[in-house]
Design a protein around this ligand. Structure first.
Ligand SMILES: Cc1cc2nc3c(=O)[nH]c(=O)nc-3n(C[C@H](O)[C@H](O)[C@H](O)COP(=O)(O)OP(=O)(O)OC[C@H]3O[C@@H](n4cnc5c(N)ncnc54)[C@H](O)[C@@H]3O)c2cc1C
Ligand code: FES
Length: 257
């Protein structure tokens, strides 16, 4: 799979919830080959921050030559991105990682927090029956919810109960008695661990995307390994590189600590 290291341009950017930004990028070569569940590495212009920041692809439009990302300000890198204006150029690496393999059968699509954006492009690409479950901190930050509602039935969980079910996406799945054939998910590790268990209990396949800390983003530094039941061809041990072999894994192959 080709990885491009090139210059991209901001087409538009807006704050869609507190500290959550929605940016559309002109990146025609990337938009032609990108898959749902892949990510891009975005370089800061501040030379003090050398490593690209991994951000999932939330939307792909090959005809317009654009990619959309939605991100939360987590530190100085993402704070810098949030200040970029339309027309501004920056360096980009990608598309990176493997992406989801949308299958047939009833899909259950689950996103938690900043794991929600990549699920939007996936939900667009899955044509059959699908249920979407989204977990937010509070009802005041239900970014992208309306766009999911145009595509599928959506169930919401919030930490404070201000919208939907009070609790986690697992609470929303259990209360809604949500079942399906394949579960696709992205979010924090404890959520993915619980979802792997939920999928096992309900006899579902599960494709989970691990958004762990990364360094190089291209498989060279081993800074992002996860223990799995299969050997990595690069290291020949039971580790896989999230950036290169993932970020999407079959939940059955991941050892959760
Ligand atoms: C494959 C992948 C896809 C991602 N997709 C998105 C996305 O679509 N939208 C989005 O908002 N964020 C996403 N992230 C997280 C994003 O990469 C980090 O928030 C970002 O790199 C932080 O950079 P920074 O310079 O702003 O903050 P830093 O100064 O580098 O870090 C600030 C804080 O964020 C924490 N942090 C850094 N990286 C991560 C991470 N990977 N996961 C959790 N916490 C982290 C640090 O521990 C620290 O507390 C993704 C991460 C990965 C690995
Ligand atoms: S971040 Fe370097 S190998 Fe994954």
């Amino acid at each position: 799979m080709s990885i491009l290291k090139t210059t991209a341009k901001v087409l538009r950017q807006e704050e869609i919830a507190q500290d959550i930004f929605d940016m559309t990028i002109s990146f025609p070569e990337g938009a032609k080959i990108a898959r749902a569940g892949q990510f891009v590495g975005i370089y800061c212009k501040d030379g003090g921050r050398l490593l690209p920041r991994p951000i999932s692809i939330c939307g792909i439009d090959p005809s317009e030559g654009t990619i959309r990302i939605v991100y939360r300000i987590a530190g100085e890198g993402t704070r810098e991105f949030s200040g970029w204006k339309a027309g501004e150029s920056f360096r980009i690496l990608g598309p990176l990682g493997n992406g989801y393999s949308p299958g047939t059968g009833r899909a259950v699509i689950v996103g938690g927090g900043i794991g929600i954006p990549p699920m939007l492009e996936l939900a667009r690409q899955i044509e059959g029956e699908k249920t979407v479950v989204l977990g937010y901190r509070t009802g005041a930050e239900t970014f992208l919810k309306e766009e999911f509602e145009e595509l599928a039935e959506v169930k919401i969980a919030t930490d404070d109960g201000s919208e939907g079910v009070k609790g986690t996406v697992i609470d929303a799945l259990r209360q809604g008695k949500v079942e399906g054939d394949v579960l696709y998910a992205c979010g924090p590790m404890p959520m993915l661990k619980a979802l792997a268990e939920y999928a096992r209990e309900h006899g579902m396949e599960a494709q989970i995307s691990l958004e762990e800390r990364m360094a190089c983003g291209i498989g060279a530094c081993l800074g992002c390994i996860v223990k799995t039941d299969k050997r990595d061809q690069h290291t020949n041990v039971h580790n896989k590189r999230i950036c290169k072999d993932g970020p999407v894994f079959d939940a059955k192959e991941v050892f959760f600590s």
